[in-house]
Structures are given as C-alpha cells and as structure tokens.
Design a binder for this molecule. Structure first.
Ligand code: GDP
Length: 296
C-alpha cells in the first residue's frame, strides 16, 4: 500500500467534514483504525502503535477543520509530523568528537548485518567525513566473519586488523593500540553475535567496551525481522547502552516499523540504513522518508 492510498482512505472516511467545526473523537475514529492497521502491517510493535494512536488522537481532537485542505489531509499531516518527531526529527550524524582514535563498536545478533555495516561505515567515514578508519575483526565465533571483513576491507582499500580466532576482548584492545600507533583516527570493531541473546556474549561485549571505551556503540538490527527486533534491541540496550542504531536490509520489502519501535523504546536515534550488500549501499537515516515508508 502506498502513502497515497492511506491518504485516500483517510480522505474518504472523513470526506464529509470539510469546513465543518472541529475534529471530534467520533469522526477521527475510523482514520485512527486505518493508521493502526497500517502500523501493524509495517511491523510497528503493538504497544508503540497504541501509544502513537493515542498521541495522534489527542493532537487531532478539537482541531478546527480547515477549509484549505481536506480533513483527511489534515489528519495525515498530524500523523506524519508526529511520526517524524518520534523518530528523532532530524538526521543524526556520528559525533566522533573524542580523542582519536575514536572507537565505534558494532553489536547485534549474528546475521543482523554487523560485518557489512562495519565496512559500510568505514567507507562512509572515509569518503564523507575524510577520516582514516581501521577495521578490527573481533567476530571470532562466526565461521568466515574474519575472512569476510578482510575481503570487504580489501575491496574498499581499508586496512583490517586481525589475530585470527583469538580472544575477542584482547583483539579489540590490541586493535585500539594498533590504531593509536599507526595514525588511524577512527577504529571500528566488528564483534560477535549469536543467533539468540546469550549471557556469555553480553559479558564479553561489556568487557570489550570497558577495555576501549568506544565513543559510539551501534546496535545493528535486520529490518526484515520486524517486531522481534524490538525485544532484541531492548535487551542489548539494557546491557550495553548503545548510542545509535543501524537498520540493515531496508532494500527488501520491510516497511521499517522496527525503526519507530526501537527509537520509541530505547530513545536512541537511528543513524544509518543499509540498502544492499555492497559497501557503498548505506544511507543516513532520514526520519521524514521513513515516516512516509511506514505510513505505506
Ligand atoms: P553479521 O553476522 O551480523 O556480521 O551479518 P553480515 O554482515 O554477515 O550480514 C548477513 C547477510 O546479510 C550477508 O549475506 C550480507 O551480505 C547481508 N546484508 C547485510 N546488510 C544488508 C543490506 O542492507 N541489504 C541486503 N540486501 N543484504 C544485507
């Protein structure tokens, strides 16, 4: 369903209201039902949808029905603006303000897209922010992750520090020292994920974080896993207090509701979206574009 279709259906549920008094609970009820349906279809979590609909209802109630636009357009605008606001309003760029080498630690479940994002972000920072990044291969549990990062690094000309399948906390520590000695100003750590959240993994990530104090901890979520991404995000947030979110696989047919839910539940902004497998297939996250995508 395209954005215009939701607009059309809202307009038809509200078509008799033009120029008549104010929006009331009764006459917006049908539109809110449409919004709820569109959100759940877009994989926004149930609780987040409920709170959102409530907020929109409060904003719409008592608004005068304008003569210049249809009531449908009016409520679509209220919804759109609220969505943009909940998703953070503006695009968040990584600050990278600390003493170099500034650390960026990638965390998330196995298969979420961490290794790919590590390479994408290194390329992005080199070409758009004129940085000199080092990649550190510390995903020692997933077969082939180290090799994958080396291949990606080579393809974009960004050096990769690795020690094979050693102790990940030590690799991260050594990677930091290597970056410091060799004049890299950003160091991006690819860490291990599991298929499910796992206590040992969390403790290891905490240890790695405490060893190198990365400026940013970026949680990577696969947009295709929808609502489940929210539970995973919540657990990672409780343990690691990540500072940004990367949403992979937005080139698929995911509507992106996970973006809204993760932002709403953790308060942490989404920084990047992945739009393909190649290192240059990365975009900054734009709340207004995502709002249109979620509304469908
Ligand atoms: P990791 O286990 O978290 O390191 O995940 P990977 O980076 O290996 O990604 C898992 C799979 O998803 C790989 O086959 C990637 O090529 C693919 N992938 C990652 N990001 C994207 C994306 O934005 N779009 C698409 N289509 N595929 C992606």
């Amino acid at each position: 369903m395209m954005f215009s279709q939701l607009t059309d259906s809202l307009e038809s549920t509200l078509k008799n209201l033009r120029g008549q008094g104010t929006l009331t609970e009764e006459n917006v009820a049908d539109s809110l039902r449409e919004v709820r349906r569109a959100f759940l279809e877009a994989d926004v979590s149930f609780n987040v949808t409920r709170d959102f609909v409530k907020a929109v209802k409060e904003k719409a109630m008592g608004k005068e029905v304008l003569t210049s636009v249809t009531p449908g357009q009016q409520i679509v605008k209220i919804i759109h603006d609220e969505l943009v606001q909940v998703m953070g309003g503006e695009t968040k760029e990584l600050a990278l303000a600390g003493k170099p080498p500034v650390g960026i630690m990638m965390v998330g479940l196995q298969g979420s897209g961490k290794t790919t994002f590590a390479a994408k972000i290194s390329l992005y920072l080199r070409s758009k922010r004129k940085k000199k990044p080092l990649l550190v291969a510390a995903d020692v549990y997933r077969p082939a992750a180290i090799k994958q990062l080396q291949v990606l690094g080579k393809s974009i000309g960004i050096p990769v520090y690795d020690e094979g399948e050693g102790n990940p906390v030590e690799i991260i520590q050594h990677g930091y020292e290597y970056a410091e000695k060799n004049g890299f100003d950003v160091v991006i750590y690819d860490t291990a994920g599991r298929l499910q959240i796992d206590e040992k993994l969390m403790q290891e990530l905490e240890k790695a974080r405490d060893a190198v104090h990365p400026e940013e901890i970026l949680f990577v979520a696969d947009a295709m896993i929808g609502q489940e991404a929210v539970n995973v995000a919540q657990t990672f947030f409780e343990r690691l207090n990540f500072t940004g979110v990367c949403l992979s696989k937005m080139d698929g047919d995911a509507r992106g509701g996970a973006a809204l839910s993760i932002k709403k539940i953790t308060g942490v902004p989404i920084c990047f979206i992945g739009v393909g497998e190649k290192p240059n297939e990365i975009d900054l996250f734009h709340p207004d574009r995502m709002a249109s995508r979620i509304l469908g």
